[in-house]
Write a protein that binds this ligand. Structure first.
Ligand SMILES: *Cc1c(COP(=O)(O)O)cnc(C)c1O
Length: 397
């Protein structure tokens, strides 16, 4: 059977597959510690569960409008207005099966063969593969760890061609935990205006911030910038609702209409029950998220401090999201027995096999000298897992 060429260009999501390996090791009775999965360990808040139960009992179990129920689109519009000062009509808001699906609808509506999408490196794994699935070309924009992974106007200008269509902005960033300040966002916006680019602003970690860092949506810089920006967000990370699959996009009407049409012909509406749950989540406001983020903050400090004490490891303090992204270049070239540890991928395999700790190697994020560890996991697991990693690294020669 001959498959479409596009499927040959992509790989399964590496974060999901490492998490699956860790889970299957655990099912075999192996005491594996999972730093790979990218989701809060907190339970979904009670009022959200209650809203879902009520929806089931009330028989709210049928198709909904394909773009999402009015109530949820209204709640999203209110959220964007109250928290960001952004004004959208409901017709400019599309609810999908997770922010990943929002991004996929966007890639399909926007990109075609020959188009280039600028992706700052390191990047979240799916930006690249979703671009490839839609026949377009990812253009990787290198950023520097020493500069906090920031983007300068000059560096951005240097990768622009007549085929550049859009740029990804992901602040706070998965995997680096970096956040962009206003000046950086203004630089990106200026280049986007000059070259007529669409800005794809993935703000899923908007509420997961530390050390007083403020979230700035690039769409808020000016009406001209908002007119070319698609804001992507969802309830997965802020409300510990990864399994409910509700994300959304807000942006210019012609683009959002095209995305809605694609969705209506592919998945139809996101789950009716989850939509009611998402309304309840958005009504919770920030108290739940703040409690969770306070706990993440405690774990962040412990994890980063301990990583920095390990031989060959240096780790920047993230200002957002829930990942440590340590630089492990000091370990590359070492050996375990007769096996060389030549890459982050080798190191991740070594840690999984010899220390029973799952981490994600940097390669799928565009770096072969980093690994990613989530601290959205219990403090006890963090302590135990880091002790194991430390011991394992000291066994390398
Ligand atoms: C988790 C994540 C998403 C997708 O979240 P959904 O669960 O699909 O809503 C999108 N972007 C980034 C950077 C993420 O880490």
């Amino acid at each position: 059977m001959k498959l479409a060429a596009r499927v040959g260009r992509i790989v399964p999501s590496p974060t999901l597959s490492i998490t699956a390996t860790a889970k299957s090791m655990a099912a075999q009775g192996i005491d594996v510690i999972d730093f790979a999965s990218g989701e809060p360990d907190f339970d979904t808040p009670e009022p959200v569960k209650a809203a879902a139960e009520a929806a089931i009992r009330a028989g709210f179990t049928k198709y909904t409008p394909s773009s999402g129920i009015d109530e949820l689109r209204g709640a999203i519009a209110d959220k964007l207005k109250e928290e960001q000062g952004l004004q959208y009509d409901k017709s400019q808001i599309l609810v999908s099966c997770g922010a990943k699906h929002s991004l996929y609808n966007l890639a399909e509506a926007l990109l075609e063969a020959g188009d280039e999408l600028i992706i700052p490196v390191p990047f979240w794994v799916s930006y690249q593969d979703q671009t490839l699935l839609n026949d377009a070309t990812p253009v990787l924009l290198q950023t520097r760890e020493e500069e906090g992974y920031t983007i300068s106007q000059g560096a951005l200008e240097a990768v622009i061609t007549p085929r550049t269509k859009a740029i990804i902005v992901n602040s706070p960033c998965n995997p680096t935990g970096a956040t962009y300040d206003r000046k950086t966002l203004e630089g990106i916006a200026a280049v986007a205006l000059r070259h007529d680019l669409v800005i794809i602003s993935d703000e899923i970690y908007e509420k997961v911030l530390y050390d007083g860092t403020q979230h700035i949506s690039i769409a808020t810089l000016s009406p001209e910038v908002a007119a070319r920006t698609v804001v992507i967000n969802g309830v997965s990370k802020a409300y510990a609702m990864t399994g409910w699959r509700i994300g959304y996009a807000a942006g210019p009407k012609p683009l959002l209409t095209a995305m809605a049409n694609i969705q209506s012909q592919s998945t139809s509406n996101p789950c009716s029950i989850s939509q009611k749950a998402a309304v309840a989540a958005l009504r919770l406001g920030n108290p739940f998220t703040n409690i969770m983020v306070t706990e993440f903050d405690r774990r962040r400090r412990v994890m980063v401090e301990r990583l920095n004490k390990m031989p060959g490891v240096t780790c920047r303090m993230p200002t957002g999201a829930f990942y440590a992204f340590p630089n492990v270049s000091g370990l590359l070239g070492k050996r375990w027995k007769d096996q060389p540890i030549g890459s982050a991928a080798n190191l991740a395999t070594y840690l999984l096999n010899e220390a029973q700790v799952a981490v994600v190697p940097g390669e799928p994020f565009g770096s072969d000298i980093h690994i990613r560890l989530s601290y959205a996991t219990a403090m006890e697991a963090i302590e135990r897992g880091l002790t194991r990693i430390d011991a394992a690294l000291r066994r390398l020669s």
